[in-house]
Ligand binder design. Structure first.
Ligand SMILES: Nc1ncnc2c1ncn2[C@@H]1O[C@H](COP(=O)(O)OP(=O)(O)O)[C@@H](O)[C@H]1O
Ligand SMILES: [Mg+2]
Length: 263
């Protein structure tokens, strides 16, 4: 049974895609079979790993799987970083509406597709879902198949409100997905020495203590530069590359520990 991590928060610009892409590359780097699924019509994760999304039809994107028209192996694209990707398509902006209409698919469509892939020999150790900053049927589908939700947060008040909503959304999703272990809060884009971040951090620890991941991803140019170069931090050579790679490997290990994976 794969670990399925949904990287989600109903707020843009907090680093969901940065975490999803680099975490996926990190798992591939340590030799785990990793699938990254781009559920955001903006297609940032797909492009980040070098996929020409204009060359992909809607049915060969995540929409094909979500609407029950394609299997996972039919949509997978292998990337040079060792991560398999199911890309997004720009017309996926209409996916929430389509999912609402085509009830045949149901919210377990992704979970069932992943189970089917495993049975037919296309098993993954880790599946990472990169979501758009929105709630609705796409998030529900993701949380119905997830084993853990990872919410990246930054030291901004608006993010706290989104986090409160996310806690609620995840606990509701646990009612129809017993394999969803819970929500992990990841502090990203942090400047730990800034006094504002420190005050904010104390508040986070008070309200979300047990959910907080120990690993903190600070603000690093390397992450932005790697994105611009369409590479993960594991492939991109830059000024800070070794330190940033180490950070993501620490995060990889922390999540594996949390889920009791022994390697
Ligand atoms: N730890 C970080 N250090 C530096 N820049 C970051 C970091 N995390 C994210 N960013 C930058 O912030 C912007 C938004 O990140 P992104 O991952 O696209 O967020 P989201 O997917 O939540 O909208 C991007 O330009 C990205 O390069
Ligand atoms: Mg994103």
């Amino acid at each position: 049974m794969a670990h399925v991590y949904a990287v989600a928060l109903e707020k843009g610009g907090v680093g969901k895609t940065s975490i999803a892409v680099n975490l996926a590359a990190g798992y591939a780097h340590v030799g785990m079979r990793t699938l990254l699924i781009d559920l955001d019509a903006q297609r940032h994760a797909s492009r980040w790993l070098g996929i020409d999304t204009e060359a992909i039809t809607l049915d060969h994107s995540f929409a094909g799987v979500a609407l029950g028209r394609r299997t996972i192996p039919q949509c997978v694209i292998e990337t040079v970083e060792g991560v398999d990707v199911i890309p997004a398509h720009k017309d996926m902006v209409a996916l929430p509406e389509l999912l609402g209409k085509e009830i045949g698919a149901g919210i377990y469509v992704l979970r069932d597709a992943l189970a089917q892939a495993t049975q037919t020999g296309a098993a993954y150790d880790i599946v990472i879902l990169d979501l758009a900053p929105a709630r609705g049927p796409v998030l529900a589908t993701a949380l119905a198949s997830a084993t853990r939700c990872i919410a990246p947060v930054q030291a901004v008040d608006l993010v706290l409100q989104s986090l409160r909503d996310m806690v609620e959304t995840v606990s509701r999703a646990q009612a129809f997905n017993p394999t969803l272990r819970g929500l992990s809060v990841l502090r990203n884009n942090y400047a730990p020495r800034a006094s504002l971040d420190r005050i904010y951090d104390e508040g986070l620890a008070k309200s979300y203590g047990p959910m907080l991941l120990q690993t903190i991803i600070p603000s690093r140019a390397q992450i932005r530069l790697a994105s611009g170069a369409q590479q993960s931090v594991f492939a991109y050579r830059g000024p800070d590359d070794i330190a940033v790679r180490e950070l993501f490997l620490t995060l990889v290990e922390e999540l594996l520990d949390l889920d009791g994976v022994t390697r």
